[in-house]
Design a protein around this ligand. Structure first.
Ligand code: ADP
Ligand code: MG
Length: 346
């Protein structure tokens, strides 16, 4: 969280540095989904801008309540019903997220698993305070693997939801932020705002331009909160990063982070961060998580199955693996130890 705040401030500085000479930029921060969300609008009157951001804020507070994986709300009610083997009527937004999650589970070959909530809880990543102490006992992880929960075991009939597997616990943490960023962009555009950035802790979407030049945005440096690279956004697009440095704890000299490999039940290894650029923020968010799980050398096949062309992966030796298309867009501010240009799988 600290890193997030620092990196966000740096991104903020980067932007406001350009903006002092350009008074047409309106910038406001909100707090939602456990992170600072910064909204930057270009060429909009102050009243219109303030009202639009207020509307985004109201939407976000509602979504935060509805989709929270452990604070009581629609999703925890749904998970409780599934655990009890019951059918429950839920909200259309939850149904939409389940269907999206199922699509990502399918296209990632199960590396992205939105039914991983119970495993996240075992690891202590479903609580407000950072986890402490030893990792969960191997037998409990083994048991989770044996119960094999997956979101494709969730049945939807109209607004009624159930699952044949009571071990399913839905957790939208890997893609709800992307969905929410997309919803904010839609809302702002419906109010006639065409030039904007919605930045949720460094995960962002851009539309339009900054006056007569494109928006330039930053990619976070893993762990330090500094700026790894910048990208000029010629067209609309979204950049999402998943990093092992976002939520983790150390125990007896080992680090355990929050992106779990559903094949092993343990935190995914080999990767420090994955950044993807694509049009659809929900897919960008899910793909960043899925490619992180896939890891160095394996992510290309998953990227191609998920329809992602622009990828930057930093491995745990500080080697950057980039697709050729993304390499033409990325400008490194802090060069990594080595850069490998990798062709995506056909
Ligand atoms: P961040 O932007 O915070 O780095 P990510 O987009 O990488 O977050 O998502 C990490 C979150 O996704 C975790 O906190 C957890 O809620 C969820 N998650 C962890 N592992 C998986 C997985 N294999 N599949 C789907 N969701 C996951
Ligand atoms: Mg994600």
């Amino acid at each position: 969280m600290i890193h997030r705040l620092v990196s966000l401030l740096i991104l903020g500085l980067l932007l406001s540095g350009c903006e002092q000479a350009a008074p047409k930029v309106y910038q406001q921060q909100l707090f939602a989904f456990g992170t600072l969300v910064e909204i930057t609008l270009y060429g909009v009157g102050e009243d219109q801008a303030r009202q639009a951001v207020q509307a985004v804020d109201a939407m976000y507070q509602q979504q935060h309540r509805d989709w929270h994986a452990w604070q009581h709300g629609l999703l925890t009610d749904l998970n409780q019903a599934i655990a009890a083997g019951k059918t429950i009527r839920t909200d259309p937004s939850i149904i939409r997220l389940i269907r999206l999650g199922q699509g990502f589970e399918r296209s990632s070959g199960g590396l992205f698993n939105p039914a991983i909530g119970h495993l996240l809880k075992l690891w202590g990543f479903q609580q407000d305070t950072p986890p402490q102490g030893p990792p969960p006992p191997a037998a409990e992880i083994r048991h989770w693997l044996d119960t094999a929960p997956g979101s494709l075991q969730v049945q939807i009939h109209g607004q009624e939801v159930s699952s044949e597997n009571p071990a399913v616990r839905l957790d939208f943490g890997g893609f709800a932020k992307g969905y929410a960023v997309g919803k904010a962009v839609e809302l702002l555009r419906s109010r006639g705002i065409d030039n904007l950035i919605v930045n949720a802790g460094g995960d962002l979407c851009v539309r339009g331009r900054h006056g007569d030049r494109p928006w330039r945005v930053g990619i976070r440096q893993p762990g330090t909160g500094g700026l790894l690279a910048s990208v000029e956004m010629e067209n609309s697009g979204c950049i999402f990063t998943s990093g092992s440095y976002e939520r983790y704890y150390d125990y007896e000299g080992r680090r355990y982070h929050h992106i779990l490999d559903p094949r092993s039940g343990y935190p995914a290894t080999g990767t420090v961060s994955v950044t993807v650029l694509t049009e659809d923020p929900t897919r960008a968010d899910a793909a960043a998580t899925a490619l992180f799980v896939a890891g160095p050398g394996e992510w290309q096949a998953v990227a191609s199955r998920m329809g992602i062309q622009d990828v930057l992966l930093i491995d745990d030796h500080d080697v950057a693996q980039l697709t050729a298309s993304f390499a033409t867009r990325v400008h490194f501010e802090q060069p990594p130890a080595a850069i490998e240009i990798v062709q995506p799988a056909p």
